[in-house]
Design a protein around this ligand. Structure first.
Ligand SMILES: [Zn+2]
Length: 361
C-alpha cells in the first residue's frame, strides 16, 4: 500500500521543512486535505493524535494566540504577548515530545496572527531561530500570518518580510487574503461588505508571485465566502469553485504543468458540507481548519457524563447505591475529561474520513 510516509524523511512525530512540503504535495496529488485541529491543552492534543493514529492519517495541530495563552494558564498576564509566547513554546515542546508515540506525521502549526499580535509571532520566531541553531530545524513546522484586514500591498509586504526571515529554516508560512467572515480572536468581521468576502484570482497570483520568489514553503487561505465559527446561513454563500479559478489563473500566468500550482487552505470549515469540502480539495486545498465543531464535540462527552452521573458527583461520598459509598471513581478528572477526549476524537475521525486523509499513512 502506498503511504504518505514514503515521501517523508521523518515518518512519525513533528515534521518540518521539505517533509511538510512533500506532505502537502502528496495530499494534493492524492486529493485529500489534512484537518488542522486547534489544541489548547494536553487533553485536546492527545484526543487529536489518538484520532489520527486510529484513522492512519497525518494531522496538523495548531495553537491560536488565545489557545497559546491558555496553554500557559489563564492566570498568567498576557502583557506584551508573554503568556501567548510562553504557552505556544510550552505546547510545542509537549507536542514534539509526545507525537512520536502515536506513530503518525504531525505538523506543528500556529493559527491566525493579525497585525496587532505580531509581537506574538516575533517571540515564537525568536525561539524557532534558537532551536534551529541547536537542532538544525525550527521549533514549529509552520506559522500563520493573517494580515487580511490590511490593504493588499501591506498584507503581502509584511508576509514577505516574515517569509524571508523564516525561509532559511525552511519553515512553512500560511497567509490569508480576502476577508473571512465571522469573529475570531477578537477580530470581528461580521459587518464587512460582501464583495470583500471573496478573494479575486489576481490577488492570489500577486501573493504567489511575491512569495514563490523566496521559497516554495507557503500556502494561501483565500476567502470564498467562508466564515469563522458556525452561524446561521446568511448573505454570504460558500463558493469553493472559486478556488478552481484561482488555480487556473496562476497556472496560466506562470505556464505551470500542474493544475494546482498553489497550496490552498480552507478556513472556517466548521458547519460546511462534505460536498463543499470535496470540491475545495479537488481545487488544491490541502489543509482545513476545524475548531468550532471540535469545541462542541469535546463538550458533549463531558456534558453527557455529568448529566448521567449527576447523583454520583454531588459529594465525595454518598450516591444512590448507599450514603457511605465513595464517588472517587466518578469525579477523578481522568474519568470525565476522558469522556470529552473520546467525543472530540470521534469528531476528528469524521473529519479525517470526510477530507479523505484517513488511511493515507
Ligand atoms: Zn482565517
Amino acid at each position: 500500500m502506498p503511504s504518505v510516509t514514503d515521501v517523508l524523511s521523518r515518518k512519525s512525530g513533528v515534521i518540518v521543512g521539505d517533509d511538510v512540503l512533500n506532505l502537502f504535495k502528496y495530499a494534493q496529488e492524492k486529493k485529500f486535505a489534512i484537518p488542522a485541529i486547534n489544541v489548547t491543552s494536553s487533553s485536546t492534543v492527545v484526543a487529536a493524535l489518538e484520532a489520527a493514529r486510529d484513522a492512519k492519517s497525518p494531522i496538523i495541530l495548531q495553537m491560536s494566540q488565545g489557545g497559546s495563552a491558555y496553554f500557559a494558564g489563564k492566570g498568567v498576564s498576557n502583557t506584551d504577548q508573554k503568556a501567548s509566547i510562553a504557552g505556544a513554546i510550552a505546547g510545542a515542546h509537549y507536542i514534539r515530545a509526545i507525537a512520536p508515540t502515536y506513530g503518525i506525521p504531525v505538523v506543528l502549526h500556529t493559527d491566525h496572527c493579525a497585525k496587532k499580535l505580531l509581537q506574538w509571532m516575533d517571540g515564537m520566531i525568536d525561539e524557532d531561530e534558537k532551536y534551529f541553531k541547536e537542532h538544525g530545524e525550527p521549533l514549529f513546522s509552520s506559522h500563520m500570518l493573517d494580515l487580511s484586514e490590511e490593504p493588499k500591498e501591506e498584507n503581502i509586504a509584511i508576509v514577505k518580510k516574515y517569509f524571508e526571515r523564516v525561509a532559511p529554516m525552511k519553515q512553512w508560512l500560511e497567509m490569508e487574503i480576502g476577508i473571512t467572515g465571522g469573529e475570531e480572536d477578537g477580530v470581528d468581521n461580521t459587518g464587512v461588505d460582501n464583495s470583500a468576502l471573496y478573494t479575486q484570482p489576481e490577488d492570489i497570483y500577486d501573493v504567489y508571485s511575491a512569495l514563490s520568489s523566496v521559497a516554495p514553503y507557503f500556502s494561501i487561505a483565500a476567502a470564498f465566502g467562508n466564515v469563522h465559527g458556525v452561524y446561521k446561513p446568511g448573505n454570504v454563500k460558500l463558493q469553493p469553485a472559486l478556488l478552481g479559478k484561482h488555480q487556473a489563473y496562476t497556472k496560466e500566468t506562470i505556464s505551470s504543468k500542474t493544475d494546482t500550482p498553489i497550496f490552498l487552505v480552507f478556513h472556517g470549515g466548521s458547519g460546511s458540507s462534505k460536498e463543499e469540502f470535496l470540491t475545495a480539495i479537488n481545487f488544491g486545498v490541502v489543509k482545513v481548519n476545524l475548531d468550532t465543531d471540535l469545541q462542541y464535540a469535546y463538550l458533549t462527552g463531558i456534558r453527557d457524563y455529568v448529566l448521567k452521573k449527576k447523583d454520583y458527583i454531588m459529594a465525595q461520598v454518598g450516591n444512590p447505591d448507599g450514603e457511605d459509598k465513595p464517588n472517587k471513581k466518578y469525579f477523578d478528572p481522568r474519568v470525565w475529561v476522558r469522556e470529552g477526549e473520546k467525543t472530540m476524537s470521534e469528531r476528528v475521525k469524521v473529519a479525517l474520513e470526510d477530507f479523505q486523509a484517513a488511511g493515507s499513512v
